[in-house]
Design a protein around this ligand. Structure first.
Ligand code: GDP
Length: 444
């Protein structure tokens, strides 16, 4: 995932500090330095990094901390909050109204993933009961209409475009008018991303905006373009004043910090992130979840939503989590369900601890690992399965027995129990009314 290296570096800087016996100001400064270096090498703008450094220092205020203060917790919370602040512009994204025609116009450079994202978004709204359609106002690039047509047909989304009309403003106006008449609720307009002259591109965007009067303009930004993201977003903001950003290609290995800087520079919320080429590879963006995932803490809230949407049999686990309990058997049930949820590389990132364990594994390796973990659980006694796992710490010979019974190693059993402890900790947070804006889950 984009930024996964960054997440690992920040996480280990914080963990090294909070685990060390000398949690003094010098060590604290070292940690901040490492976090800043990690952000800069991920292409985050230097000014933003410097603001973040000062905010963490100010919040923690090491010199004036009372001796009894829980320094570890304060530092974790400050780092988490500041990273969230970096990706959260505190602007409310647009909410379309049912029963009304909402026009959404897409802008962005060619190749950013506009056409793909248009279809993904139309499908997203369609799946939520909106009547959605697509208009292709890119008459500059030969083949643009064909591409949109293909995507739309695959997703069974009505579309409008022209092979003969060369004026994109006319196509956009006619398409939107027709779909308004037909009472479509989400009308998405795809525009061109390239021209002979940059100014022509911006002029065209402004004219299309005037013709279709969009309720929202979304800029599509490629996560892999690094530092250019910021100036590119600023230029589009000045010309088309978009109100939301979709970041694409976050499944790649790019640094991705440029996209974060673009959000901060334009004070515009990211609404979705593209996570692959497939129609369903798009996730809603939420700053807290993003930072939790970035730091390998997992996205418990996202996971629970995902699990609920799959309508798997989760009654016991959900009830347990609501009570702040999470048994080893709950972990076993979750592991078994993971196989039904989709590619492990995606699901793994949502589960605290699992993202680190499954690092550098492809889906096949991940499946094997999952099977071994389930095997470990199946070699436990009923009492052990329904326990909180502490009996393994009190009687380590239990681990040896389970490892032997499952044909695994004690290390793997330990890993599983660590995973269980992390999730049980998260379950406690859920019960205590964990509010991401005000609280910070423990680092993984
Ligand atoms: P446009 O020129 O802005 O309309 O860009 P396209 O929608 O044609 O996308 C350009 C390329 O990027 C295509 O090959 C897409 O399949 C690919 N693409 C778009 N979004 C994503 C994404 O989130 N992840 C990956 N891996 N590829 C993407």
């Amino acid at each position: 995932m984009v930024l996964s290296d960054l997440g690992r570096r920040i996480n280990s800087a914080v963990n090294d500090l909070t685990r060390s016996s000398t949690l003094d100001e010098k060590a604290f400064e070292e940690m901040i330095k490492e976090i800043c270096n990690a952000l800069i090498s991920a292409d985050v703008n230097i000014k933003l990094v410097s603001t973040l450094r000062n905010s963490i220092k100010k919040t923690v205020n090491f010199k004036e901390l009372p001796p009894a203060a829980n320094k570890k917790r304060l530092i974790q919370k400050a780092v988490f909050d500041e990273l969230v602040r970096l990706v959260d512009p505190h602007a409310e994204p647009f909410k379309p109204k049912k029963g009304k025609s909402n026009v959404i116009m897409f802008v962005g450079l060619q190749g950013a993933g506009k056409t793909t994202s248009c279809t993904k978004l139309a499908r997203w709204y369609q799946a939520r009961g909106f009547k959605a359609c697509l208009v292709c106002a890119d008459t500059f690039r030969a083949g643009a209409f064909d591409q949109l047509k293909q995507n739309a047909t695959k997703a069974k989304i009505p579309y409008y475009g022209s092979l003969t009309q060369t004026d994109p403003v006319v196509v956009a106006r006619e398409g939107v008018e027709q779909f308004r008449k037909e009472r479509f609720e989400i009308i998405i307009v795809d525009t061109s991303g390239r021209h002979r002259q940059e100014q022509d591109l911006f002029d065209e965007m402004v004219q299309i905006q005037a013709a279709v009067k969009p309720d929202q303009t979304i800029m599509v930004l490629d996560a892999t373009i690094g530092q250019q993201a910021e100036s590119q977003a600023q230029a589009f903001k000045d010309a088309a004043d978009f109100g939301a950003i979709i970041i694409t290609k976050t499944d790649g290995a790019a640094a991705g910090g440029g996209a974060i800087s673009a959000v901060a520079a334009t004070h515009t919320p990211i609404v979705f992130i593209g996570t692959g080429e497939h129609m369903l590879d798009m996730e809603r963006f939420a700053p807290q979840s993003f930072v939790s995932k970035l730091l390998g803490m997992g996205d418990m809230q996202g996971l629970m939503e995902h699990v609920q949407s799959l309508k798997l049999d989760q009654k016991d686990t959900m009830k347990h989590i609501a009570e702040g309990v999470f048994t080893v058997r709950d972990l076993r049930d979750q592991l078994q369900n993971i196989g039904k949820m989709g590619p492990l590389s995606k699901i793994g990132g949502m589960i605290p601890g699992l993202s680190n364990m499954m690092q550098n594994m492809d889906d096949e390796d991940g499946s094997m690992k999952l099977k071994r973990m389930i095997c470990i659980c199946d070699s436990m006694t009923l009492k052990e399965l329904d326990s909180d796992g502490k009996m393994f710490v009190e009687q380590p010979t239990r681990m040896t027995r389970v490892a032997r019974g499952s044909g695994t190693s004690v290390r793997e059993v330990e890993e599983l129990l660590t995973q269980h402890r992390t999730m049980a900790g998260m379950a406690k947070n859920v019960k205590g009314g964990y509010h991401p804006k005000h609280d910070t889950p423990a680092f993984g």
